[in-house]
Design a protein around this ligand. Structure first.
Ligand code: SAH
Length: 218
């Protein structure tokens, strides 16, 4: 951890505990997700000037027109992804600042994360290293097609909104696996696909607002 974060570091434990209490009030019940979010220092992932706001339930800018998702939505998506089960291999599409990646590292045995914007990925790598989070494997790539050479995955979580579900992602779900993503053309809905014995099921949940999934890398 770099020294310029020390000041807020002293109060962040208490601030995080308050964030966890708020997540509970908002309906998050998965203790494993709550415990993970209680220990990952969210303020380290945002710009120093915004660090004091890191534990508020808001999305914050992380550069390049992108945002770190609000704590509630991270908790909600990871709770859906787990559905009460331990996770083996997981794919995250849209590393962004790497915050959710760090939380995932505490929930899954193997984490792969892909990001299309190189400077964001490099910054995320650096932050994860600073925090000694060495597990996740980060890749500079367009995640739309998933990672066929690595899959199948027990969970796939996408942090950018797609207009339709990429067929490749459904194909990379292991039996029992779940794909959680914001989906929609005009309005986005948090959507979960599950690979069940009867085939792929789709559950449409609440409306959400995410940055759009974009093709290619930059
Ligand atoms: N979980 C991140 C969210 C970042 S916002 C965080 O907490 O910081 C969504 C991210 O998805 C952005 O960084 C954006 O560049 C990335 N993204 C958008 N389309 C993508 C694609 N096709 N492949 C990989 N990443 C993508």
């Amino acid at each position: 951890m770099s020294t310029h974060h020390v000041g807020i570091g002293m109060t962040s434990q208490r601030t995080r505990a308050r964030m966890i209490a708020r997540l509970r009030e908002q309906g998050i019940t998965d203790e494993v997700v709550l415990a993970a979010m209680e220990v990952v220092p969210r303020h380290i992932f945002v710009d120093e000037a915004l660090a004091s706001r890191a534990y508020e339930d808001i999305a914050l800018p992380i550069g390049f027109g992108q945002t770190i998702s609000q704590p509630y939505i991270v908790a909600r998506m990871l709770q859906l992804l787990r559905s009460g089960h331990a996770l083996g291999r997981v794919l995250e599409i849209g590393t962004g600042c790497g915050y959710q990646t760090a939380v995932l590292a505490k929930l899954a045995k193997e984490v792969y994360s892909v990001e299309r914007i190189a400077p964001l990925l490099n910054k995320a790598k650096q932050t994860l290293r600073e925090l000694r989070v060495y597990g996740p494997r980060l890749r500079h790539a367009d995640g739309t097609m998933g990672l066929a050479e690595v899959g199948p995955f027990d969970g796939i979580v996408m942090a950018a909104a797609a207009t339709h579900v990429p067929e490749e992602l459904l194909e990379q779900l292991a039996p029992g696996g779940r794909l959680v993503l914001p989906l929609g053309v005009n309005e986005q809905f948090l959507t979960m696909f599950e690979h069940t014995a009867e085939g792929i099921t789709e559950t449409v949940l609440e409306p959400v607002k995410f940055v759009p999934l974009k093709p290619g890398v930059s």
